[in-house]
Design a protein around this ligand. Structure first.
Ligand code: NI
Ligand code: MN
Length: 224
């Protein structure tokens, strides 16, 4: 399985057969290395409906016919715009041709009235990838460590940029609680108010000596 970081929170995951795009904020994303017209997902996962996450979802879904996987209230808004949507709520899982998706909690605004911000655990190609979306540190992240996800998470993408999400110190604690083998920092370096380098997160995770921190820069890929 291949994980390509597209910048900010935007991430592409593919097993060579199916391609998933998470939070495709590409147009107006100062660090994005691909354009919205250059991605061809089968599915788009939207953690929440702030512009830096829902991004180009409607345009990409309309062009490619991709199904959007997201939470209910925001999903309805996408449906009104003519997009194919499958909604799930927090705690729900659903099977797809590529594997499975679990919708997890995130403590953050949803960007849509009555909605919830979410994270996703994606089961694909025998691996489990957790994309946390935007969130603060919260202790129920520990549930991902062998409780609701058994045996646990292989790769966790965690926001580290501070201001709108966890900063590097909190994110390093999150890395420990989630218990993933590999942690990849996201939501950094995009805007001036965010941490411009994930090194403080990486150093803390290294010091803790449990997870392997992997920095992928926008446009780069990581093979799981
Ligand atoms: Ni947000
Ligand atoms: Mn954000």
């Amino acid at each position: 399985m291949r994980i390509r970081f597209l910048g900010h929170s935007a991430t592409e995951i593919t097993d060579g057969k199916h391609t998933l795009l998470i939070d495709p904020f590409l147009t107006g994303n100062p660090v994005a290395t691909v354009k919205a017209e250059e991605v061809n997902p089968d599915y788009i996962l939207v953690t929440h409906f702030h512009d830096d996450h829902v991004g180009d979802t409607v345009a990409i879904a309309k062009r490619t016919g991709a199904t959007v996987i997201t939470t209910f209230e925001g999903g309805l808004k996408l449906e009104e715009q003519g997009v194919k949507v499958q909604t799930l709520a927090l705690g729900g899982t659903a099977k797809f041709p590529f594997g499975m998706v679990r919708v997890t909690m995130a403590f953050h605004g949803s960007g849509v009235a009555g909605g919830h911000a979410a994270g996703f655990v994606i089961h694909m190609g025998g691996k489990r990838v957790y994309h946390a979306g935007d969130t603060c540190l919260f202790s129920d992240l520990k549930l991902l460590n062998g409780v609701i996800e058994e045996p646990g998470i292989d790769v966790a993408l965690l926001p580290v940029g501070d201001n709108f999400t966890m900063g590097p110190r909190d994110a390093a604690i999150a890395a420990e609680w989630v218990g993933a083998k590999v942690v990849i920092p996201i939501h950094w370096g995009t805007f001036p108010m965010l941490l411009d380098d994930p090194a403080p997160f990486v150093n803390r995770v290294k010091e803790a000596g449990k997870a392997k921190p992997v920095v992928i820069r926008p446009g780069e890929t990581y093979e799981v």
